[in-house]
Write a new protein. Structure first.
Length: 117
């Protein structure tokens, strides 16, 4: 997948906007990016090792760093910075945002966890 034509962080640091080719831009919250980080710390090394991240409602994007021509590293104000968000993963998060978010909220509820700290 090609790099996005636009990739920017909102003024309040709580959203990332990405636009791929001539599509409408997608806006992804910092919280969603953080709790669904592609890092091994969150995803584990197999599906049964995946960690449910909670308490990140107020997380912000501190900065984004390009990684080659295929991804971006997102650094969050809670210190997390190990996820490499490929262009295809960002596009998936943007296009599947509603479904992925509902799945995450359901997982929190099932585990008795909260978005609050």
């Amino acid at each position: 997948m090609r790099p996005p034509k636009e990739l920017r962080v909102s003024r309040d640091r709580r959203f990332l906007t990405a636009r791929f080719s001539d599509e409408e831009p997608v806006e992804i919250s910092a919280e969603m990016l953080r709790v669904l980080s592609p890092s091994a710390e969150v995803q584990g090394h197999s599906p049964d090792q995946r960690v449910t991240v909670f308490g990140k409602k107020d997380v912000e994007i501190a900065r984004i760093d390009p990684v080659g021509n295929y991804a971006v590293r997102i650094v969050f104000n809670d210190g997390h910075e190990t996820g490499l968000y490929t262009w295809s993963y960002l596009a998936e998060l943007g296009h599947e945002r509603d479904r992925l978010w509902q799945d995450y909220l359901r997982e929190l509820e099932e585990k008795g966890l909260s978005r609050e700290r």
